[in-house]
Design a protein. Structure first.
Length: 496
């Protein structure tokens, strides 16, 4: 059997095996180089899997040769192949970037352990996306979560310990809710295989345990991806984590959790059962609107730019889940494509903040006066990333909001009000992006301040790679929108 046949297993096994090996590499540069190499190999595997799925259809990989539902399978279809590509691409871009910022923000004797935790987090996120077993989702969820707590706490800032502890407590509650829900479904169906659950669940869909399971899983996963008002762990985690960790987690962790919600809502419960019995739309839609209005409003009043971007992420999560809650092809396409687009936008903006933190030692707005003249490449990257976040045409942010508004307008009646709320939220994002741009370009540098130099190329090149992707995929949408539309049709059971 060729290596290509084992790509699904290698996607997870490679970073999992590499993590303990990385912990043995005592030299920081060697540990970083090894983690970077593994990240790029993982990206190549993800790209090959997506190409294979688009040409051949869904891939089923039976672990140990045991057929489902008795054995554990890895199932790769359009949507999770897309998720694998998102996670792997961000990992491959942010890992090279991490070297300078980790050197500045993490004690040198901990670098090998830091990169080992980094690879474990990558393993967990990839595993969540690829596994076809509901309990394995929990296992990989815990692998990614536990390593995330370590990565956040690795910062020299002591406040990171409190942020990691808060994330641990709320993350554990979310995982427990998810596990209770899976247990209830197992009690009623006798299987943990996701596809098998979907086949057996209609016979017991109207029972109380299944209704309770739907509630537990929805709330537990919503806590994991920080849907308003379950977002309290996110601002501190993103603000006080090392800069590379903020860039990586903001682009991947919440996106993978939203994928889990999609998988359960549309595959396990099914479109008809989900809409008829569990009222996901009525539960999610108001929270999404509150998320992007409240998140954008609170972001305006933040003085720490990383915290500002964290509250912006709360708003963007609202956009993603709002598209899903429409249950329409355009709405679902908007939600799925924004998983990819927001990953590029927010990772790039947090990488810009890492460049500034390295040179200035602060990301407080008051400390950024005139920095546009000292770090022109860094701040121009922020401007372009900010325009994409706002949704200006020719950027990926515009593509997401265009399809989201189309999905809202299809709803008629209240859809017009939701489309108006999306536009208001976009205007609010203009305000908080402008606050940073104003001080960077239109305020004089403090008199007598130390000379500030541009960020190193090792950080600028990955940052501009993502900024370039923001423009490229804002113009050339065949891959992102095309794959998102196929994934949306698959989840909704529509033939394109």
């Amino acid at each position: 059997m060729s290596v290509a046949a084992h790509l699904p297993a290698l996607q997870v096994a490679l970073p999992l095996i590499a993590a303990p090996l990385c912990s043995l590499l005592r030299r920081p540069g060697v540990a970083w180089g090894f983690a970077t190499l593994v990240s790029w190999v993982v990206l190549v595997i993800a790209a090959l899997l997506l190409a294979q799925v688009l040409s051949e259809g869904t891939l089923i990989y039976e672990m140990g040769g045991w057929a489902a539902p008795w054995g554990i399978i890895y199932e790769v279809d359009t949507i999770n192949a897309f998720m694998l590509l998102i996670v792997a691409a961000i990992g491959a871009i942010v890992t090279p970037y991490a070297r300078h910022t980790v050197t500045a923000e993490v004690p040198a004797e901990q670098h090998n352990l830091f990169y080992a935790a980094w690879l474990l987090c990558l393993t967990g996120l990839l595993g969540i996306a690829i596994t076809g077993d509901a309990f394995n989702v929990f296992v990989f969820l815990e692998i990614s979560s536990l390593s995330s707590y370590v990565l956040i706490a690795a910062s020299n800032d002591r406040r990171a310990l409190t942020a990691a502890y808060q994330y641990l407590v709320l993350g554990t509650i979310g995982a427990t809710f998810y596990l209770i829900g899976v247990g209830l479904i197992y009690m009623m169906t006798g299987t943990l295989n996701i596809s098998d659950m979907a086949e057996r669940l209609p016979d017991v869909a109207n029972t109380r345990p299944i209704r309770a399971a739907a509630g537990f899983i929805t709330v537990g996963i919503a806590l994991k991806f920080a849907l308003f008002p379950l977002h309290l762990w996110l601002p501190n985690a993103y603000t006080y984590a090392p800069s590379a960790v903020s860039a990586f987690l903001a682009a991947t962790a919440t996106k993978v959790s939203i994928y889990v919600l999609l998988r359960f809502e549309f595959v396990v419960f099914g479109v008809d059962i989900g809409i008829a019995n569990f009222h996901f739309s009525e539960f999610l839609m108001p929270l999404c609107v509150l998320a992007f209005l409240a998140g954008s409003t609170v972001a305006i009043f933040q003085n720490d730019v990383k915290r500002l971007l964290a509250y912006s992420s709360v708003a963007q999560i609202g956009y993603m889940v709002l598209g899903v809650s429409f249950y329409s092809l355009d709405g679902m396409t908007a939600g799925i494509v924004h998983l990819f687009n927001h990953a590029m936008i927010k990772s790039a903006l947090f990488m810009v903040m890492g460049c500034i933190m390295l040179r200035v030692g602060s990301v407080q707005i008051k400390d950024l006066h005139g920095i546009g003249r000292h770090m022109p490449w860094t701040m121009f990257a922020f401007v372009l990333g900010g325009l994409s976040l706002i949704g200006v045409p020719l950027t990926v942010g515009f593509i997401s909001k265009w399809y989201l508004i189309l999905g809202a307008l299809e709803e008629g009646g209240y859809g017009f009000a939701i489309a108006a709320a999306v536009l208001i939220s976009s205007l609010l994002s203009v305000i908080y992006i402008w606050r940073v741009v104003e001080v960077a370009y239109f305020k004089p540098s403090p008199h007598g301040a130390a000379e500030i130099t541009e960020a190193p190329l090792g950080m600028l090149i990955p940052t501009w790679l993502l900024i370039g992707a923001n423009i490229y995929f804002g113009v050339q949408t065949d891959l992102t929108v095309g794959v998102a539309r196929q994934a949306a049709a698959l989840l909704l059971g529509i033939d394109l």
